[in-house]
Ligand binder design. Structure first.
Ligand code: ADP
Ligand code: MG
Length: 279
């Protein structure tokens, strides 16, 4: 009899990520946007603590889809990263050794988000990923990181006028679905409807001369001040009903609702709607 150990090397970490890390490939967008929200929230915090003295400016996160080029970009104007930070936060995690990785995650379900691998979920749908980033720190040199799903990456100085990060995904052939506007729109609605930083997906459309044309107004897909975060005394019955209709367009009017605002033993705000049950 022979006993042994199957070798796991860094060389096969990407196929593992691609096939087994997450069962749902679509969550890559949620992970990238939540990183963009984190980066923006960090910058706001630094600003309010006086550690960032510059202009915050427009903090809108932008999702851009190039349907022909099969390219999807998520851009933020958050803290950005220096070259050193890209090395530390992007490179070291994935290239710290597959064996260690496997040890750490064996018997773990629900890996998503908990172990700092959110960014790498991009490789489930992309054959190549670029990170173009410039730190908020004064005089920072922008850098571009690129990786095509092998453990080899490149990192070089680049030109970028604005502070923040662009994550560019070159969609893989087997992930063509994410190159479709309607698919991305549906995902943004599913995962990002109530995130606290405005997220723009293209421009608003208007009906003109028998067809839709783009206006110059951003198409903001989320509600940064959802109803449950507001004071019940400031909300009318109509607004409660409208919010429910927006979330559940096919459902009957709810029987009644309760606005929750719990402080102890944990913080919880929300609205509980009680549907009519026919029988
Ligand atoms: P997590 O978000 O759980 O830390 P991720 O794999 O999603 O793990 O991201 C790894 C790290 O890369 C983040 O903690 C952050 O330091 C850095 N990062 C990723 N995306 C961005 C971004 N858009 N702007 C600035 N830093 C980022
Ligand atoms: Mg993350």
């Amino acid at each position: 009899m022979q006993k042994g150990k199957i070798g796991v090397t860094t060389e096969n970490i990407f196929p593992i990520i691609k096939k087994f890390l997450y069962s749902d490939h679509e969550i890559f967008l949620r992970e990238l946007i939540s990183n963009a929200v984190d980066a923006t929230t960090k910058l706001k915090a630094l600003s309010s603590m006086g550690e960032f003295g510059g202009e915050l400016g427009d903090l809108t996160i932008r999702v851009e889809l190039d349907e022909k080029g099969k390219k999807l970009t998520v851009s933020d104007r958050g803290v950005g990263m220096t070259e050193e930070e890209v090395n530390k936060y992007i490179n070291q995690i994935a290239f710290s050794g597959a064996e260690e990785f496997m040890k750490k995650y064996e018997n773990q379900s629900g890996i998503i988000g908990h172990f700092g691998l959110g960014f790498y979920s991009a490789f489930m749908v992309a054959s190549k990923v670029e990170v173009i980033t410039k730190s908020y720190r004064e005089g920072s040199q922008a850098v571009k990181w690129a990786c095509d799903g092998t453990p080899d990456f490149t990192l070089e100085p680049t030109d970028k006028a604005e502070r923040g990060t662009d994550i560019v995904l070159y969609l893989a052939e087997d992930s063509a679905e994410f190159g479709e506007k309607t698919r991305i729109e549906a995902l943004l609605k599913k995962y990002c409807s109530f995130l606290p930083v405005p997220i723009a997906f293209g421009k608003e459309q208007k009906w003109e001369d028998g067809k839709y044309v783009a206006t110059d107004k951003d198409n903001i897909i989320n509600d940064t001040h959802p109803l449950w975060m507001r004071k019940p005394t400031e909300i009318t019955e109509d607004q409660y009903a409208e919010f429910y209709r927006k979330l559940y367009p096919m459902a009957d009017e709810p029987l009644f609702h309760i606005h929750l605002n719990v402080d102890y033993p944990f913080n919880l705000t929300g609205i509980l709607y009680f549907p009519k049950i026919k029988n």
